[in-house]
Design a protein around this ligand. Structure first.
Ligand code: SF4
Length: 186
């Protein structure tokens, strides 16, 4: 968790999870979890919960990492898990991987699909706190962050709680209310 010290002393410090991807502490979950449609972003078709054929068979490295765009995998370059991959692998599965135990595969990929949108929302809300927000709006934003951070999570069920999912669902509407403050900053 990263402490976010806010300029408004009336707000508690927020404890954010890591929101930058660290593939070295992940089990290549993004290379397994998501399907590929054959488009300009992905050169092949791939099903959900299927390891990409470009993934090394002995480790979690991409065999074409240096030439992703040139070989038709620009979608991989554009993708970020916002830190969800290492959180799922290290915190929710204690560093175990689907290679160690294939029965974990679908549990880990499901967890990635649940945690990633929450971390993406946290990235947006962290940016929002840099805007010149009135105190009530700032408080609301901080409340959403604290709910979505799920700081004491021990299993994926903690992220699937109604309170967390309701907060996640409310983020687009909240962000839409911030337009006047974005304009003010310009
Ligand atoms: S091309 Fe490489 S980075 Fe993209 S999904 Fe496959 S293994 Fe992962």
């Amino acid at each position: 968790m990263t402490d976010l010290h806010l300029p408004n002393s009336q707000l508690p410090d927020l404890h954010l999870p890591e929101l930058d991807a660290d593939c070295s502490r992940c089990a290549a979950l993004c290379c397994v979890a998501y399907p590929f449609a054959e488009t300009e972003d992905f050169a092949i078709l791939k099903d959900t919960d299927t390891p990409c054929p470009n993934l090394s068979e002995t480790c979690f490295d991409c065999r074409i990492h240096q030439g992703l765009s040139q070989q038709g995998f620009g979608g991989c370059v554009a993708y970020s898990c916002a830190g969800a991959g290492q959180r799922v692998t290290q915190h929710l599965f204690d560093g175990e991987t689907w290679r160690d135990d294939p029965d974990l595969l679908q549990h880990m990929t499901h967890a990635l699909r649940v945690v990633r949108p929450i971390h993406e929302a946290l990235l947006i809300l962290r940016e929002a706190l840099l805007l010149p927000l009135p105190d009530p709006v700032r408080q609301h934003c901080a409340g959403l962050i604290n709910t979505l951070a799920v700081a004491d999570a021990t299993s994926i069920w903690d992220f699937e709680e109604g309170e967390v999912q309701d907060a996640l669902a409310s983020v687009p509407e909240f962000v839409a209310t911030l337009a006047p403050y974005v304009a003010h900053r310009r």
